[in-house]
Design a protein around this ligand. Structure first.
Ligand code: NAP
Ligand code: GFB
Length: 383
């Protein structure tokens, strides 16, 4: 719509041109007017003058490790900044108490209730190596049900965009390294977690099928192993970092040996949950492609399980004896993922730069959070 003044259809001559130009300038200057406008209505001016449609962003799995990290970043970053909440956004974080996503009726009801325009789909049955090895069918069935219900409800609700969350364990175990986004379906995943891995791979298949048949904008992220505040510290079900933080804490408290499972030689890449949170927000706002993207630190940041245990011993200031229980499984030896695609997209001139938090720094704050929140954390210990 051209902003031109007319007096009953007659053009206003040279002065008219000047008035038109000034009028257009005023319309394109919401911030200036916002600053001059009386508080508290100031923030409404931009919405009124150039209203971008309201976005309702639903985060499933909002109470978990990654969900809590997104909540933290969105609520603590400057409003309207690259990783902060935008004025036209409403963020909703749900967990299983609001509805069981394995149940199609519950899922449909949640989508009808919140009518999300965008979804970050994190909800899943999740666990470390030992839990995966024990419940392969349950991991496959529960995650397949959850993912199918969420994508189908998103389609029925005309949701504009869904980002689902896979994991680097979806990649084939025997393939040329490094792993990249083109290699997901090039062979079987590692046997220790094939139930979970296949259920997650199916999401990539579903995304492409929804796009081809209905034109849906459903995509996915492939994070590497994640750690941080609000993790699951259950001694048997947890991933390695929260499990070893909990075990080291108990060893120090009870003056018993700190036992690390396996040989300590496997290699892993670890991303801090609050860094991952920023990358999900970036993918939501700035990534438009059905193809998945790996969200991870670089391949050169692989660390051995022994190095992880050493770093936890240091962060916990543990002085007792520390040994390896080689009767426990090592699982996949390594799954080195390339983050080249991410790095080629994330940092653009003029945009707030994204940087990864140093591993030891992130581990220190994660240990501190665990010590300060032991009584309320998910430790699996009856309190
Ligand atoms: P998490 O801490 O275990 O949290 C899982 C979340 O999913 C919780 O909010 C849980 O709600 C919800 N949920 C589970 N089953 C549900 C159901 N049937 N209906 C509704 N909600 C349900 O998991 P996370 O570590 O944050 O993982 C988030 C995503 O990242 C998952 O898709 C996972 O596969 C993926 N991922 C994780 C890692 C990792 O190292 N942690 C690595 C790669 C990918 P309640 O609190 O109510 O149970
Ligand atoms: O984090 P984690 O359970 O998952 O284990 P994966 C990583 C490594 O830590 C293995 C060793 O080599 C374990 O032997 N480890 C040592 C321990 N002590 C412990 C301990 O007390 N607990 C645990 N859990 N590990 C998972 C997949 O594989 O990665 C999941 O099974 C998911 O599906 C997750 O993808 C991200 O990296 O081996």
């Amino acid at each position: 719509m051209s902003h031109r003044l007319r007096m009953r259809g007659r053009r206003l001559g040279p002065w008219g041109e000047y008035v038109n130009h000034a009028y257009a300038r005023v319309l394109s200057l919401p911030p200036l007017i916002a600053i001059l406008s009386p508080h508290p209505f100031r923030h409404l001016i931009p919405l009124i003058l150039s209203p971008s449609p309201m976005s309702v962003i639903l985060v499933t799995g909002g109470s978990g490790l990654v969900g809590q990290a997104i909540k933290h970043i969105i609520s603590t970053s400057p409003p309207n900044s690259r990783f902060g909440k935008k004025d036209n956004e409403t963020w909703i974080f749900i967990n299983s108490s609001e509805g069981d996503l394995r149940n199609p009726e519950d899922t449909k009801r949640l989508f009808e209730k919140y009518k999300p325009t965008h979804v970050i789909h994190l909800a899943a049955m999740v666990g470390g190596l030992f839990r995966n090895m024990k419940y392969k069918l349950t991991f496959f069935r529960e995650n397949t049900l959850i993912n199918d219900n969420v994508l189908w409800s998103a389609y029925q609700n005309n949701t504009k965009k869904v980002i689902s969350c896979l994991s680097t364990c979806v990649f084939p175990d025997k393939v040329e390294y490094p792993l990249d986004e083109t290699k997901i379906h090039l062979g079987l995943p590692h046997e220790s977690n094939f139930g979970y891995a296949h259920s997650k791979r199916m999401v990539d298949i579903q995304n492409h099928a929804y796009k081809e048949e209905f034109g849906c904008n459903f995509t996915s992220a492939i994070p590497t192993n994640v750690f941080g505040e609000y993790d699951n510290y259950d001694l048997e079900d947890a991933h390695v970092i929260p499990a070893l933080i909990h075990k080291c804490y108990l060893a120090k408290k009870n003056n018993t040996p700190f036992i690390v499972g396996g040989s300590g030689t496997p290699l892993r890449q670890f991303i801090y949950s609050r860094d991952l949170a920023k990358l999900f927000i970036w993918q939501l706002r700035e990534y438009e492609d059905v193809e998945p993207v790996i969200l991870s630190v670089g391949e050169d940041e692989e660390v051995s399980i022994k190095q992880v245990a050493d770093a936890i011993v240091e962060a916990m200031d543990f002085k007792g004896s520390y040994e390896f229980d080689t009767s426990r499984a090592d699982g996949q030896f390594r799954k080195p993922a390339s983050n080249k695609k991410l790095l080629s997209l994330i940092n653009k001139p003029g945009e707030e730069e994204f940087r990864f938090t140093l591993f030891k720094e992130a581990l220190q704050v994660s240990v501190q959070w665990f010590l300060e929140n032991y009584d309320t954390a998910r430790t699996g210990v009856r309190k």
